[in-house]
Design a protein around this ligand. Structure first.
Ligand code: ATP
Ligand code: ZN
Length: 224
């Protein structure tokens, strides 16, 4: 069901939400986030914001349910790989990389263990929230491993005896250090990106998207 209004999915609460809301505001989109509303109408443009868990954003775009979304590349690529493995639609267009949400997806092991390269991970159990991205990387390296899927507390898995290594998002490395781990491989460098669903858009929506992109360009350049 397509609406006249441009639908943009953004993270409701988390590391991307504040900067994403600020970016839209700086692009001139006026809105008022009150309470627990899922859909918020912009006051001055035909735009509806959908406030959801970040995990849901790639699927909403790939199923064509929303027009635009802001999401971390890590999540976008993981969901894309998972959906294509399942034969589900996994297409989208990347409109632009944004200047926030920077992090890396890295493999870490016990800080006291020696490490000389990916072959040292052969046969190890790796705890992660990103099994598809880990598998892609390990396949490229020709190394086999066992996955241990965790949606949280990944960094405590080695100490808890659940896994030999982890693959998790890192920004400063403080969490790894606090858990007695060291970063040994970076498998993805990620930022937030603006994505668009595939398919046709009305002339009005297309024009609005172009206007938003031009403004975004200006806002991001002004900060550089
Ligand atoms: P949700 O409740 O929406 O599912 P979440 O807990 O999965 O939220 P957040 O921790 O808010 O997600 O992270 C959202 C995104 O922020 C990540 O997927 C990643 O792209 C980006 N990010 C930037 N820095 C970090 C970091 N240090 N740790 C985790 N994510 C980071
Ligand atoms: Zn999430």
């Amino acid at each position: 069901m397509q609406t006249q209004r441009l639908r943009i999915a953004i993270q409701k609460k988390g590391r991307l939400s504040k900067e994403c809301q600020n970016l839209l505001k700086q692009c001139g989109v006026k809105f008022n986030l009150v309470g627990e509303r899922l859909v918020v109408h912009a006051e001055n443009m035909p735009i509806d914001l959908l406030l959801v868990r970040d995990d849901d954003i790639p699927g909403l775009i790939m199923d064509g349910v929303v027009d635009l979304g802001v999401i971390g590349e890590n999540e976008l690529e993981e969901v894309g790989l998972e959906r294509s493995a399942l034969g589900e639609p996994s297409e989208y267009q990347k409109l632009r990389r944004l200047d926030f949400g920077g992090c890396r997806l890295s493999i870490a092991i016990d800080k006291d263990e020696t490490y000389s390269g990916p072959q040292d991970l052969q046969g190890k159990r790796i705890a992660t929230t990103y099994p598809q991205l880990v598998k892609r990387y390990m396949d490229e390296q020709g190394v086999t491993f066992s996955p241990c899927m965790l949606n949280g507390s990944v960094e405590v898995a080695p100490r808890a005896g659940l896994a030999d290594a982890i693959c998790d998002l890192v920004s400063t490395g403080a969490t790894l250090e606090a858990n007695g781990l060291k970063e040994v491989e970076v498998i993805l460098r990620s930022k937030a990106v603006l994505i668009q669903r595939n398919g046709e858009f009305s002339a009005e929506k297309q024009a609005l998207i172009e206007r938003l992109l031009t403004r975004m360009q200006g806002v991001i350049q002004a900060k550089e």
